[in-house]
Design a protein around this ligand. Structure first.
Ligand SMILES: [Zn+2]
Ligand SMILES: [Zn+2]
Length: 206
C-alpha cells in the first residue's frame, strides 16, 4: 500500500493519499486545498486517482476536489447525510475558508458499513455522526482516517450545523473504540495516534 499524509491549506487539514502498489490506482481522502502539492505527489509517485473520499463536507476538507475531478476524472464519495451540505456553499464554509464558493455534486453516496474496493485495497466506511451528520471514519487495514471526529487527545467541534456532542461521544465509544487497539488513527488535523492511546489518554473519554 502506498500511503502519504500531509497538511494542506490555512487550516492545516490533513489530506491522505492511499494507493495500490500493483495497479497505482489511488484514493485521495480530504483534498482540502493545495491542488499543486497533491498533483505533484501524484505525478511523482505515478498514481492514478480514482476516488475522492470525503470524511465530511466542511470547506477545509474539500478545496481541491474539483481540480482533481477535472484533471483525473476521479469520482467523489461522501456519506448520504452530508451530500446536500456539500452542494451548498453557504453551509460548507468554502467562501470563508478557501475564498471561493464551492458546490460539489457527489458521484457516490456512502452508507455505514460500505466497503469500497480499489484493487487489493478495501476502504471500510464507518458512519460517525457528531461533528457533522454524515461524518465518516475510513478504515483501511490497520489504519483509520478519523476526519474531524477524533483527534489526537481531542475531538472535533460539535457547535456547527448538524453537530451534536452526545452523538460524537457515542460514535467514538461505540463505533471506533470497538476496533483493535493497535490501529493507528490519522485525523483530519494534527498528528496521528492509536486507538489504545486515545482510550487511555483522551480527556473527552476519561
Ligand atoms: Zn470539519
Ligand atoms: Zn477540519
Amino acid at each position: 500500500m502506498i500511503f502519504k499524509g500531509f497538511a494542506v491549506g490555512s487550516y492545516y487539514s490533513n489530506c491522505y493519499i492511499i494507493g495500490s502498489e500493483i495497479s497505482r490506482e489511488t484514493a485521495i481522502i480530504d483534498p482540502g486545498a493545495d491542488f499543486n502539492k497533491i498533483e505533484s505527489l501524484i505525478e511523482e509517485l505515478k498514481l492514478i486517482p480514482k476516488m475522492i473520499i470525503l470524511t465530511h463536507f466542511h470547506g477545509d476538507h474539500i478545496g481541491a476536489v474539483l481540480d482533481i475531478v477535472e484533471k483525473y476524472g476521479a469520482k467523489v464519495y461522501i456519506h448520504k447525510d452530508d451530500a446536500e451540505y456539500l452542494k451548498d456553499s453557504n453551509i460548507n464554509f468554502s467562501k470563508q475558508i478557501v475564498g471561493k464558493n464551492i458546490s460539489i455534486k457527489p458521484d457516490v453516496l456512502l452508507n455505514d458499513g460500505d466497503v469500497l474496493e480499489l484493487g487489493e485495497l478495501k476502504f471500510e466506511i464507518i458512519h460517525t455522526p457528531g461533528h457533522t451528520k454524515g461524518g465518516v471514519c475510513i478504515k483501511v487495514g490497520n489504519i483509520m482516517m478519523t476526519g474531524d471526529t477524533l483527534f489526537n487527545k481531542s475531538i472535533g467541534r460539535t457547535d456547527l450545523p448538524g453537530g451534536s456532542y452526545e452523538e460524537l461521544i457515542k460514535s467514538v465509544t461505540e463505533k471506533i473504540f470497538k476496533y483493535d487497539e493497535d490501529i493507528t488513527i490519522y485525523p483530519g488535523h494534527n498528528s496521528p495516534s492509536t486507538i489504545k492511546s486515545e482510550k487511555l489518554g483522551n480527556p473527552f473519554f476519561n
